[in-house]
Ligand binder design. Structure first.
Ligand SMILES: CC(=O)N[C@H](C=O)[C@@H](O)[C@H](O)[C@H](O)COP(=O)(O)O
Length: 224
């Protein structure tokens, strides 16, 4: 079965912890992914080659891979250059997720050239976008799917708590390629609202795999 068939109508869990987060480390992310699989996740979104290899070894689930890396004077950090794409191609992931926002990338390589690199390796490409226009552009370039990952994380996109339900709805209506709903889906109510828009699949991250943020929500609710 190809990955699109596997993820259609199902939950993907993002298992990520950066170096400054308590759960950082491939030995922990592999267990997080194992727990997600036991709970019914059909694929994992993961950051960095070490985590991807460990997660694949532990779960054998399809992986949407990315490499988060900061470059000087550049806001783009999700698979920002061809260097990260090449790392991911050798990682064993099935899909490569990359920033497809309308911002300057650290290298002078166009999104189209990066996309071609992914397709030449026989992998699928996910465009992480923040607006409707960026999604349309990604589709016109030939990306295999778009994800609303970056809504709220670019200065010009919607800034609000909770998932961007409106963007998901508009993308599902207007786009021909699969639309993945991702970002700020923090509770069961959010899942219900998003599901009504009929996205191709849903990604949940922090609400499942970042216990420091989960704890904070409970602490805040208790202290308020
Ligand atoms: C904005 C950004 O850098 N998002 C990252 C993308 O890979 C991850 O840190 C998120 O956890 C993921 O998108 C899932 O979203 P949420 O954790 O809100 O469920």
């Amino acid at each position: 079965m190809n990955i699109l068939e596997i993820i259609k109508g199902k939950l993907i869990v993002s298992c990520q912890a950066l170096a400054d987060e308590p759960l950082h480390g491939a030995h922990i992310m592999r267990k997080m992914a194992k727990a997600a699989k036991e709970g019914g996740a059909v694929a994992i979104r993961a950051n960095g080659v070490d985590d991807i290899i460990a997660i694949k070894e532990e779960t054998n689930l399809p992986v949407i891979g990315l490499v988060k890396r900061d470059y000087k004077e550049c806001e783009v950090y999700i698979t920002p250059t061809t260097k990260e794409i090449k790392e991911l191609i050798s990682s064993g992931c099935e899909v490569i997720a990359m920033d497809a926002t309308n911002r300057c990338h650290p290298d002078n390589v166009s999104l189209k050239e990066k996309l071609d690199l992914i397709h030449e390796a026989n992998l699928l490409a996910m465009a992480d976008i923040s607006t409707y226009e960026e999604a349309l552009f990604a589709q016109s370039l030939g990306f295999d799917m778009v994800s609303t990952t970056l809504s709220g994380y670019t200065p010009y996109s919607r800034q609000a708590e909770g998932p961007d339900v409106e963007l998901v709805a508009k993308l599902v209506k207007e786009l021909k390629i699969p639309v993945i709903a991702e970002g700020k889906i923090n509770c069961i109510e959010d899942i219900k609202k998003i599901k009504e828009q009929n996205p191709f699949s849903i990604v949940v991250g922090s609400a499942i795999t970042r216990p420091q943020l989960i704890t904070k929500r409970y602490v805040d609710a208790y202290l308020k």
